[in-house]
Design a protein around this ligand. Structure first.
Ligand code: SF4
Length: 221
């Protein structure tokens, strides 16, 4: 199983370029806010909403905790669920001010499980948002499972078909080295967008079809 998982990763690495991420310049609070905005919307709309928010406010817990919710909402309209997201952003900013002296680094410097637990207590922060911040801003050993990562992992047999978020995360983490976690997350998303689409996966063009137990389910030609 591990060999197959590594073969899949090697092929995806040869197909898709990986971004260069620099943990020291990834601001955890900005990453947290962008990830909250990204829930149930496209990257394009996330970027537009984040840009509007950044034009209106400095993206700091102090500023957003004191901002008017209606003003945050106006910036987020393009990203959908803007009322919920604006409330979550304001409340989580307030909680970071009150509980962590306005600095998420106070959480991220703690051991992994402890920091994850604390992030999950923030309003609007679910497991995926917490794991994105932990992985990309602090290099903690976790694989965020978004909709693409979940679907592709199940079809590839890297996680059980009825796996929950935590089950999928645990399965992937057992198969790969922590040094590859960020690449696994990014590459499974690329693969899910380009080939292993939700409704009509392009199995005939898929670069890892020979390693996929689900191919025959979708390949009806
Ligand atoms: S063969 Fe089809 S189902 Fe399997 S990974 Fe490729 S696109 Fe997805």
């Amino acid at each position: 199983m591990k060999d197959r998982a590594h073969e899949i990763l090697d092929i995806l690495q040869s197909r898709f370029a990986l971004p260069r991420w620099n943990r020291s310049t990834n601001d955890p609070f900005r990453t947290l806010i962008a990830t909250i905005i990204s829930q149930n919307t496209t990257d394009k709309n996330t970027a537009r909403a984040f840009k509007d928010l950044s034009r209106t406010f400095r993206i700091t817990p102090e500023i957003l905790a004191g901002a008017q919710t209606s003003q945050i909402e106006r910036c987020l309209k393009v990203a959908g669920l803007y009322r919920n997201k604006a409330t979550a952003i304001k409340q989580t900013s307030r909680a970071i001010m009150d509980r962590f002296h306005g600095d998420l680094k106070n959480i991220l410097s703690l051991p992994f499980e402890e920091s994850r637990e604390l992030l999950l207590q923030l309003p609007g922060v679910g497991p995926k948002t917490a794991d994105v911040v932990l992985l990309f801003c602090a290099g903690k050993p976790t694989i965020p499972v978004d909709t693409h990562v979940g679907r592709v992992s199940k079809r590839l047999g890297l996680a059980s078909t009825d796996g929950t978020y935590e089950m999928i995360r645990a399965s992937l983490q057992k198969l790969y080295d922590p040094a590859d976690y960020a690449a696994v997350h990014v590459l499974l998303i690329h693969h899910g967008r380009e080939y292993c689409k939700a409704r009509n996966p392009l199995c005939c063009q898929c670069p890892i079809d020979k390693l996929c137990p689900s191919k025959s389910m979708w390949n009806k030609e």
